[in-house]
Design a protein around this ligand. Structure first.
Ligand code: SAH
Length: 478
């Protein structure tokens, strides 16, 4: 398609669609505009690198939603909402949407007309159909259609499903979702499978992911792969880290990073997405990842209470950003590296300001164009914290060059590994040094001294002391 598609050549835009605010602008200019937007918001915290654009910025949307309404002449119609209103623009095509997804929507409309289904009217609470959402696996070709109804019952749903399958040969699963509430949200909570597995699979970063209708999945899989690769590169993992994937959705980022980490913990509020994440770990034979269904802020507080300190945190919250509770708990846990991925640099800049107060600085930001022709821009920010504890740990590891005989039996890393494996606790070199000194293994004086007078020195809690002593016994050091 013409890279400089003009406003007048998109029929939807002339009718007031407004979905892609930048359609009239050549793509290189769009990228420059997004770059300067990200700079304006983030540059005061650190350098902003050049934006990662798309080679072919068309038809990238693999998640397409259309809404039903009743047209006085045509009866049931289906299309996109006019920006900022409830008015539906009946449409068959949009230059950003995957063609197979558009064909599926037309198939659903035709089958619905044949079944004499009507559009749901939320004010009068009459009628049946609200929306149709298609998710297209870009790399697997799988296709999931979710038909959202107001009422729970979809009369003649078997016939409807059979007809949609006939009209849409690429379909791999058809789901009914029930959303009776007078809300702007497309999906309700309840799903009923009409055909197939009830989810699609797609591949990303060499792994296979299952995605259920109500789980989050990026709309632009091609750029998502680049986004995750960038985020994981920024994390600079060595294989020894405990990684937290906060706001993890179906576990995509954490699982893609799991091969380079000791263990991955994921937290997500949406129960269906957590089930997907757990299934995705099994699907890909990943054994070092655990996923928890909880509010990310509450979960982080719990980790802080249990003294489980992640080394690296991926943080990928919704558009509204993270919460003061989450950011304060993150400050207490003090992971040395935080990779913050955001689809709204404004809320991200607000959160980075809070993290700066917790001692983090932004190393760099990289904008990624996930949504060509719209105003939206995604950014990956690497944040780092250098604290007193970490300085001490680095010095301790250096001091391993000068060991007593008892100490030579196991390195700090071997002790850490043993403790983690046998008690599930993560312990620092500092704590090990404290316990060694208590047990009389360390003869040198300077180990537990903070390097600066004002540095606060954390003391090894009793449960960790017990676990370290067990490891020291195991290695024959005490
Ligand atoms: N990292 C995932 C999902 C990012 S979208 C991916 O790349 O696919 C943001 C996710 O945050 C959504 O899955 C949403 O359900 C989840 N979420 C929203 N509020 C949350 C909260 N308070 N605690 C935990 N997760 C939350």
């Amino acid at each position: 398609m013409n890279q400089d598609l003009h406003k007048s050549s998109c029929p939807l835009l002339r009718k007031g669609c407004g979905g892609c605010q930048l359609l009239a602008m050549p793509y290189p200019e769009q990228l420059a505009r997004k770059q300067s937007f990200a700079r304006r918001l983030l540059e005061k915290w650190g350098p902003v690198q050049p934006i990662v654009g798309m080679e072919d910025p068309w038809r990238y949307r693999c998640k397409v939603t259309a809404s039903f309404t009743t047209d006085p002449r045509q009866g049931l119609v289906c299309g996109l909402y006019v920006q900022g209103s409830r008015r539906v623009l009946p449409a068959t095509t949009c230059p950003l949407q995957d063609r197979r997804a558009e064909q599926a929507i037309q198939a659903v409309l035709q089958a619905a007309r044949e079944c004499r289904y009507t559009a749901f009217d939320p004010a009068r609470r009459t009628g049946l159909l609200r929306h149709v959402q298609v998710r297209q696996g870009l790399f697997t070709g799988q296709q999931m259609v979710t038909v959202v109804t107001g009422p729970d019952i979809l009369p003649g749903s078997r016939r409807f499903a059979a007809r949609v399958r006939e009209l849409c040969p690429g379909l791999t699963t058809l789901v009914q979702n029930v959303n009776p509430r007078p809300t702007g949200m497309v999906l309700g909570e309840k799903c009923r499978i009409l055909f197939g597995a009830g989810y699609i699979e797609d591949t990303l970063c060499g792994l296979r992911f299952r995605i259920s209708p109500v789980s989050f999945y990026q709309v632009n899989p091609r750029q998502t792969q680049r986004l995750y690769e960038l985020a994981i590169r920024e994390a600079n993992l060595t294989g020894k880290e405990t990684v937290l994937d906060a706001y993890c959705g179906t576990g995509t980022i954490g699982l893609a990073a799991a091969g380079q980490a000791r263990q991955v913990l994921g937290v997500e509020l949406n129960a269906a997405a957590v089930r997907d994440a757990q299934a995705n770990a099994r699907r890909n034979h990943i054994q070092n990842a655990r996923f928890v269904c909880a509010d990310a802020g509450a979960y982080l507080n719990r980790l802080a209470g249990e003294h489980i300190a992640p080394d690296t945190v991926f943080l990928d919250p919704p558009r509204s950003g993270s919460t003061p509770e989450f950011l304060a708990a993150l400050g207490r846990l003090a992971p040395p590296r935080v990779v913050y991925i955001s689809c709204d640099p404004a809320t991200q800049a607000r959160d980075i300001a809070l993290l700066a107060r917790e001692g983090y600085r932004m190393i760099r930001a990289i904008p990624v164009d996930m949504f060509p022709h719209t105003e939206h821009v995604e950014t990956v920010c690497l944040l780092s914290k250098l604290n007193a504890k970490q300085h001490i740990e680095i010095n301790l590891d250096m001091d391993e060059l000068d060991l007593t005989d008892a100490e030579k039996k196991a390195t700090y890393q071997e002790i850490k590994d043993y403790v983690l494996e046998h008690s599930g606790l993560k312990v620092s070199s500092l704590y090990i040094a404290q316990v060694k000194q208590k047990c009389g293994i360390i003869e040198r004086e300077n180990y537990n001294k903070p390097k600066s007078e004002d540095a606060k020195q954390p003391q090894c809690p009793p449960d960790k002391e017990k676990a370290i002593k067990e490891a020291l016994t195991h290695f024959g050091m005490i």
